[in-house]
Write a new protein. Structure first.
Length: 58
Protein backbone atom coordinates (compact mmCIF):
# COMPACT_ATOMS: atom_id res chain seq x y z
CA UNK A 1 0.00 0.00 0.00
CA UNK A 2 1.21 3.50 -0.72
CA UNK A 3 0.78 6.47 1.60
CA UNK A 4 -0.48 9.77 0.24
CA UNK A 5 0.31 13.28 1.46
CA UNK A 6 -2.64 13.29 3.86
CA UNK A 7 -1.35 10.41 5.95
CA UNK A 8 -3.77 7.83 4.61
CA UNK A 9 -3.08 4.74 2.58
CA UNK A 10 -4.36 4.36 -0.95
CA UNK A 11 -7.34 2.36 0.35
CA UNK A 12 -8.35 5.18 2.72
CA UNK A 13 -7.12 3.44 5.87
CA UNK A 14 -4.98 5.49 8.26
CA UNK A 15 -1.28 5.01 7.69
CA UNK A 16 1.48 4.86 10.28
CA UNK A 17 2.63 8.42 10.82
CA UNK A 18 6.26 9.33 10.18
CA UNK A 19 8.46 10.25 13.15
CA UNK A 20 7.68 13.96 12.66
CA UNK A 21 4.46 14.09 10.63
CA UNK A 22 4.46 17.89 10.47
CA UNK A 23 8.08 18.28 9.34
CA UNK A 24 7.24 18.44 5.64
CA UNK A 25 3.95 20.30 6.01
CA UNK A 26 5.32 23.30 4.13
CA UNK A 27 5.82 21.10 1.05
CA UNK A 28 2.23 19.86 1.01
CA UNK A 29 -0.67 21.65 -0.64
CA UNK A 30 -2.69 23.66 1.87
CA UNK A 31 -5.69 21.42 1.20
CA UNK A 32 -3.71 18.47 2.65
CA UNK A 33 -2.88 20.27 5.91
CA UNK A 34 -6.22 19.56 7.61
CA UNK A 35 -5.97 15.84 6.91
CA UNK A 36 -2.39 15.75 8.25
CA UNK A 37 -3.39 17.62 11.44
CA UNK A 38 -6.34 15.26 11.90
CA UNK A 39 -4.08 12.23 11.46
CA UNK A 40 -1.70 13.58 14.12
CA UNK A 41 -4.61 14.37 16.43
CA UNK A 42 -6.06 10.88 16.00
CA UNK A 43 -2.68 9.25 16.66
CA UNK A 44 -2.23 11.30 19.83
CA UNK A 45 -5.75 10.48 20.98
CA UNK A 46 -5.09 6.76 20.40
CA UNK A 47 -1.85 6.92 22.39
CA UNK A 48 -3.57 8.69 25.25
CA UNK A 49 -6.38 6.14 25.25
CA UNK A 50 -3.85 3.29 25.30
CA UNK A 51 -2.03 4.93 28.21
CA UNK A 52 -5.20 5.42 30.24
CA UNK A 53 -5.86 1.68 30.23
CA UNK A 54 -2.83 1.08 32.48
CA UNK A 55 -3.23 4.15 34.64
CA UNK A 56 -1.04 6.27 32.39
CA UNK A 57 2.20 4.55 33.37
CA UNK A 58 4.83 4.59 30.67
Amino acid sequence: MTQDATGTQGDGAPAELPADPLADLDRLPVAAHVARFEAVHDALRDRLADGSADGGAA
